[in-house]
Design a protein around this ligand. Structure first.
Ligand code: PA5
Length: 475
């Protein structure tokens, strides 16, 4: 895929941090001196990332994904073509980083009612991502699937995630019951060397497996086969997605925070954290990007929420991500953002050109609250509301920044994914925490193992059985 420099520049996303500064907010804003004071540290963070790029042992394999070989992309496209021909539905079974990326790309780039469209308009299988083990949800999904015409993409980096494996067992049994060969309905996406899914693939007669490269962790895996295969099945231009990510990578090549938007974003957020802004709100003004806020929430929360620095000093760091959607949440959360505690940074995702246009008819009703809308369009209204909200927050002395997206397409989505991944990685360096592990989720996993009788967890089960609700605390 070729795009002129000019075309790429026209599609470049930008970070506008005007409303983070003291120029806009007075003493509540961040001063140039504060930014300058972080310049060296930021350059060091940038240098550390540059030095470690691609290193598997440092979990920086994701930095290579925009440049992955044409062969791996070809292989994905080939499988996608076959799936599109053969199946009516494509279901992702996965959770966390193995589900949020595919959901995000689907919502961002496909028709918002894709599954309800007739096949001729959809031009791709129906698409579902089952990222939970709620029995009602699973049963309800099974009610609408024709198993014989469904392809299941089981995605798990570790190949050891209970939720995903339980779903896999269930679907395997159902396929067998229906007289189908599981091998023909499954595609696995997993670690190419160390994963129970590899073993299961053999046991099921050789299920096709796509690799998640070593050094690519779950929440940084969207630009690997994790996201690319589902996207290709949906007809999304995955080469453009990768090109957008590569373009953002190049755009962020400077160690000077004033020239590198992802580095500036990380510096601003970490300065804000230091001032007690413990909440990071991501507020897209686009229904296509609702899910992007969920993807970001996992990335930001799991990467930075840590209790130990890299040099093993105890800490309690991180920022709680909150999802809001404009204009919907202006009528729900905005009151808190403008008048509640000064504990948030709001980042807007603002769209330049919406890909559809809806004029508001001018019906001349003679009513003041009605008539001013006529002759405008829904895209004008939502853009105006976005500007107005940023203004209101600024007037209330609240830190807010805007990521501007010229339009939502595969290229700009690639830029967006990579921008936020880079920003998160830089923030990890700036906070001096390991952005790639998640030890805090292990305790819960182990307790689940114990409760379901997994071998080796007997002692923990005893402890759990000893935990009874205090009758005095149950009312
Ligand atoms: O970011 C991560 O590593 C996690 O959130 C994982 O994506 C999640 O736990 C699912 O893991 P796996 O892909 O190994 O099934």
């Amino acid at each position: 895929m070729r795009m002129t420099q000019e075309a790429r520049r026209a599609l470049r996303i930008t970070l506008d941090y005007t409303n983070m500064t003291d120029k806009a907010l007075g003493e509540r804003g961040i001063s140039r001196e504060e930014l300058l004071a972080r310049k060296k540290l930021a350059a060091k963070a940038h240098e550390a990332l540059r030095r470690d790029r691609g290193k598997e042992e440092n979990f920086l394999g994701w930095t290579e994904l925009p440049y992955q070989s044409g062969e791996s992309v070809k292989e994905i496209l080939k499988s996608a073509r076959e799936i599109r021909k053969k199946f009516d539905s494509f279901v992702v079974l996965g959770i966390g980083g193995s589900a949020l990326g595919p959901m995000t790309a689907f919502q961002a780039l496909c028709h918002l009612h894709h599954n309800e469209l007739p096949k001729a308009k959809r031009k791709a299988p129906r698409f579902y991502v089952e990222d939970n083990v709620d029995p009602v949800r699973m049963k309800d999904l099974l009610d609408v699937l024709d198993l014989k015409k469904t392809c299941f993409n089981v995605i798990s980096k570790s190949g050891a995630t209970s939720e995903t494996l339980a779903q896999l067992l269930l679907i395997t049994a159902l396929l067998k019951e229906a007289g189908e060969k599981p091998k023909e309905h499954f595609i696995f996406t997993t670690d190419p060397e160390k994963s129970d899914l590899l073993e299961l693939s053999k046991k099921l007669g050789g299920v096709k497996c796509f690799p998640i490269p070593r050094g690519v962790g779950g929440r940084f895996s969207e630009l690997s086969a994790v996201g690319l295969l589902p996207a290709a099945v949906l007809g999304i231009d995955i080469k453009a997605l990768l090109l957008g990510a590569a373009d953002m990578d190049k755009h962020c090549k400077s160690g000077d925070l004033f020239k590198n938007p992802a580095l500036m974003g990380a510096v601003l957020q970490t300065i804000a954290m230091g001032k007690g802004k413990n909440i990071s709100v991501l507020m897209p003004y686009s229904d296509n990007l609702r899910c992007f806020a969920d993807w970001y929430a996992q990335l930001w929360a799991e990467s930075l929420g840590k209790n130990m620095t890299l040099d093993k000093r105890p800490c309690h760091l991180g920022q709680t991500p909150v999802k809001a959607v404009g204009a919907t949440d202006q009528h729900s959360q905005l009151q808190l953002y403008t008048e509640g505690p000064f504990d948030k940074v709001v980042t807007f995702l603002s769209v330049g050109n919406y890909r559809k246009s809806v004029p508001i008819p001018d019906l001349r009703t003679g009513l003041l609250n009605v008539d001013f809308l006529g002759g405008h369009s829904l895209e004008e209204l939502i853009a105006a509301e976005n500007r107005a909200t940023a203004h209101a927050l600024k007037e209330a002395g609240r830190l807010n920044a805007t990521v501007r997206i010229p339009e939502i397409n595969a290229f700009t989505l690639g830029e967006l994914f990579y921008f936020f991944e880079l920003m998160t990685a830089y923030a990890g360096y700036l906070l001096n925490v390991n952005a790639y592990d998640q030890p805090g989720v292990e305790a819960g996993k182990k307790a689940t193992f114990a409760l379901l009788g997994k071998k080796g967890y007997g002692q923990l089960l005893k402890e759990l059985d000893g935990e009874k609700p205090d009758p005095g605390c149950v009312i």
